[in-house]
Ligand binder design. Structure first.
Ligand code: PLP
Length: 420
């Protein structure tokens, strides 16, 4: 679904003209479509309709409370990785018994907060974590259900920085050591191991690594059951990729068929943790052209958005489609342009040699498919205010994170008491 079409010669978000949002909220600004998020959620869930599946939205992709509430209203749970995400999930209306807690470095405070909230399960990633969680739970006279996240040693063929399933990655317990870890968990007070978890990476554009990973999970589950450990739930993680350009990606139907083939005969409740799939296409970064600078052969289009607002190109070499808000005439000549931000780093480049019409300063561009790992990774580098976020629903829109003010930025800091 494309909720960002041209209408009447300009780009819209659903039924709201982006020029109206720019005039009202200013730029840069992230704009999210409820319709696209809803559509993606239904696509994912409907494909799994024959299976006992619960989606636990991986909030780290986009943790704006209004975005989370959109998924809460559709019946989603949440996959959280910090105390802050847990608080947001609860605030946004996700029931505690639909929350799973992931992360390789949970502190005892994180564990206590999850136990106090009554979450569904902790996904444990190491033996020291197992011991710590047992101690925290036992001290509270609590009994917590856990998954052990296994590391299946699979190369998911995605970007180096978002591959998580190889044994050289920091995530999970090596699958060969998993039976031993489950045995230890069974013996520890306060813990009930009920689940095997796996997540091999993000932006997977091929179904094969999932198939291999889930096949390993199924084998391990049979082995554990034979040893008397009652596995009733599998957490199959997230990672399903989306198309940022014209690449082909697996459909949710293909993904679901593979799930049924690999783990369908185990009679388990299934948890899925999609993040990018649910929000990636739903967002755009709207930005204004400050200057157009010609330097030799190059045309630099300098925009008011920057790497601190959207770091994916700088961090992962990610390529996002870029469009002008004013619809180009069908016969408009295209020329190469580099779309760059104002930050003092050459990495502050959104696109290199991108085909763009001769578009002047003052006009607006959108950077597409930035609903996942966009605003959540924003920073205040160069003392730039945290970028605002707008949620669009039909003809309505709401500012769901206002632009940070200079005063708010300054209020976070102090002089040392010896400075006058
Ligand atoms: C990041 C992450 C996800 C979500 O990944 P996507 O690629 O956004 O679907 C799910 N589970 C875990 C454990 C993660 O770390």
């Amino acid at each position: 679904m494309n909720a960002f079409p041209y209408k009447n010669g300009e780009l819209y978000a659903e039924d709201v003209a982006l020029s109206a949002i720019a005039a009202d909220v200013g730029t840069p600004v992230y704009v999210y479509s409820v319709a696209v998020m809803t559509d993606a959620y239904r696509l994912f869930v409907d494909a799994l309709s024959g299976q006992r599946a619960q989606v636990c939205y991986a909030m780290k992709a986009n943790s704006n409370v209004a975005v989370i509430r959109t998924f809460a209203a559709l019946g989603a749970g949440a996959d959280v990785v910090s105390d802050g995400e847990l608080a947001r999930a609860l605030m946004a209306g996700i029931p505690a018994n639909r929350i799973v807690y992931s992360g390789v470095g949970k502190t005892r405070e994180d564990m206590a907060a999850g136990i106090d909230a009554g979450i569904l399960q902790f996904n444990v990633e190491s033996l020291p974590e197992l011991t710590a969680l047992s101690e925290v739970a036992a001290a509270k006279n609590a009994d917590v259900e856990i998954a052990i996240r296994i590391n299946p040693d699979i190369d998911a063929a995605t970007h180096e920085k978002i591959a998580t399933g190889r044994k050289t990655d920091k995530f999970g317990i090596n699958i060969e050591h998993a039976p031993q870890a489950f045995a230890q968990a069974t013996a520890l007070p306060g813990l009930t191991p009920v689940s095997v978890a796996v997540h091999i990476g993000s932006q997977l554009t091929d179904i094969a690594p999932f198939r291999t990973a889930f096949t390993h999970v199924a084998e391990l589950t049979r082995q554990l059951r034979a040893g008397g450990i009652a596995i009733s739930r599998l957490d199959l993680g997230g990672g399903l990729g989306i198309a940022y350009g014209d690449e082909t990606v697996p459909t949710s139907a293909e993904y679901s068929a593979m799930v049924a083939e690999t783990v369908g005969d185990l009679d388990c409740d299934l948890i899925f943790e999609p993040g990018r799939f649910l929000t990636g296409h739903a967002g755009i970064l709207l930005t204004r052209i400050i200057f157009v600078k010609h330097s030799g052969e190059r045309r630099f289009v300098i925009v008011d958005g920057a790497m601190n607002d959207l770091i994916r190109p700088a961090l992962y070499g990610a390529v996002h489609a870029i469009q002008s808000v004013r619809e180009p005439a069908s016969d408009a000549a295209l020329g190469e342009a580099d779309i760059v931000g104002p930050v003092c780093e050459s990495g502050d480049t959104f696109a290199t040699a991108c085909a763009l019409t001769n578009i002047p300063a003052g006009e607006f561009l959108v950077i597409r498919d930035t609903g996942a790992y966009g605003a959540v990774m924003a920073s205040g580098y160069n003392s730039r205010p945290l970028v605002p976020e707008v949620l669009v629903n039909g003809a309505d829109y709401a500012v769901v994170r206002p632009r940070e003010t200079l005063q708010q930025q300054l209020d976070r800091e102090r002089f040392a008491d010896w400075q006058d």
